[in-house]
Design a protein around this ligand. Structure first.
Ligand code: CTP
Length: 411
């Protein structure tokens, strides 16, 4: 696939190097079109070396090849990352004062813009109106991530992670160029849970875990690219992959209700969420004060916990003897002195009764929130184990769907 990667002038331009790598490593031809301002952050030599071809930014270079029209016309996908407020404004108003904006006007393929700017600029009514205009015209404008910005400030405006942009962009074109993505989930409805649950203690505090939701989002993006109708029940506010219906929940009980209500009509259900096994027995209606016991001002409160239901087990019970949906569980395992990771995973697969278990190697700094993980796929009724990784979460997602497709073909 021919991809034009536009890079505009923001500090996040360095992240576009990883994005470019993702595209080239999956076999795409990428032409980088940096704006003049972006060259202050990442120079032409970097783009040329990483893409294997000269970066193009001048309308009046190689005029005989008419680059200002040719690049857009011949592209299968245009991605701009980062897209600054200025580029969004120019695109919304059809301005064409450099090669990138000319390319945006001539492109007839899917166009994906991944914004990055300060929160004030993103939330400004002018930017929001430009984004609304572009989306109405069918341009895929991702929501920026929230978090630390260039300085000490934080808020919405961070460029989404390269993996997320790549998955989003490839889903926008139906990912026809990726081997294996042949629409083998078309006609299927898949239901996925993602993220860590938050169990409220009071209106301001909760018990939570380190799950980022990245694996669930990668599963959703890959399933959508393979033609599935996707419902993602999520505890996080990551940008949703195109075409994916997102249901936002917070606690294990909310997640359970959302999953059980939708599972009956699904062809596959994947529990990628990190569900809290316990929740506070009581949720205070007002903030718990430091001196909560007037008789003993220094006393620390005791939090009583109760067990949460096991949603995966309930999904298996709700399905009963029917063969659909295929039910997939994840298992965060470390192994210890009593057993190794695989023996714990095998035991969990039997205990939960799901069809496939994806055993994830976890530990300090491993898997949670990271882009790379190693997983082992265990199928009920089979001794075979398929190991994937260390690999990024989109490769893990592809392996999970490959297994689901195989199980549907030969239950
Ligand atoms: N899960 C669930 N409901 C829970 C706990 C876990 O549906 N209350 C699901 C997870 O989404 C995952 C699988 O069960 O798909 C395994 O989760 P994991 O935390 O590894 O297993 P636990 O049952 O909590 O067992 P343990 O913590 O003892 O390893």
């Amino acid at each position: 696939m021919r991809i034009v990667l536009g890079v505009s002038g923001g500090i996040a331009a360095y992240k576009a190097c990883s994005l470019l790598r993702r595209f080239t490593e999956s076999g795409h031809d990428v032409t980088v079109v940096p704006t003049a301002a972006s060259l202050n952050f990442v120079g032409e030599a970097t783009w040329a070396a990483l893409s294997g071809r000269p970066a193009q930014h001048e309308v009046f270079e190689q005029v005989h090849e008419v680059p200002h029209v040719r690049l857009g016309q011949s592209a299968d996908l245009v991605v701009v990352a980062p897209a600054t407020a200025d580029v969004l404004a120019k695109a919304a108003h059809g301005m064409a004062d450099d090669l990138l904006t000319n390319t945006l006007l001539t492109a007839r393929c899917p166009v994906v813009l991944a914004p990055a700017m300060h929160t004030e600029m993103w939330l400004h009514p002018a930017t929001q109106a430009n984004v609304a205009t572009l989306r109405e015209r069918g341009v895929h404008v991702m929501d920026p991530a929230s978090g630390r910005l260039t300085g000490a400030d934080s808020g919405p405006g961070r460029l989404a992670e390269p993996d997320e942009i790549a998955a989003y962009a490839l889903a926008a074109v139906g990912d026809q160029a990726r081997p294996g993505a042949t629409g083998d989930l078309s006609g299927c409805h898949v239901l996925i849970s993602a993220g860590g649950t938050r169990e409220a203690l009071d209106p301001v505090r909760y018990l939570g875990n380190r799950s980022s939701g990245k694996q669930g989002y990668a599963l959703a993006a890959d399933a959508a690219a393979r033609g599935a109708r996707v419902t993602l029940v999520s505890t996080t506010e990551r940008p949703a992959p195109p075409g994916v219906e997102v249901v936002t929940v917070e606690s294990a009980l909310e997640l359970r209700d959302a999953m059980l209500a939708r599972a009956a009509g699904a062809d596959a259900v994947v529990m990628a969420a990190a569900v809290a096994d316990f929740r506070p027995a009581e949720r205070a209606t007002s903030k718990i004060k430091k001196t909560h016991d007037p008789a003993d001002p220094d006393a620390a409160p005791t939090i009583e916990l109760v067990r949460n239901p096991d949603i995966l087990v309930e999904l298996v019970q709700q399905r009963g003897p029917a063969s659909a949906p295929v039910i997939v569980g994840f298992a965060a395992e470390t192994g210890d002195e009593h057993g190794d990771l695989l023996s714990y995973a095998r035991e969990k697969l039997e205990r939960k009764g799901c069809d496939l278990l994806v055993a994830n190697e976890v530990g300090e700094g491993v898997t949670f929130g990271q882009d790379i993980s190693t997983v082992h796929l265990l199928r009920r009724g089979s001794e075979d184990v398929r190991t994937v990784g260390p690999a990024d979460k989109s490769a893990v997602a592809a392996a999970v769907w490959d297994a689901v497709v195989a199980m549907r073909a030969a239950p």
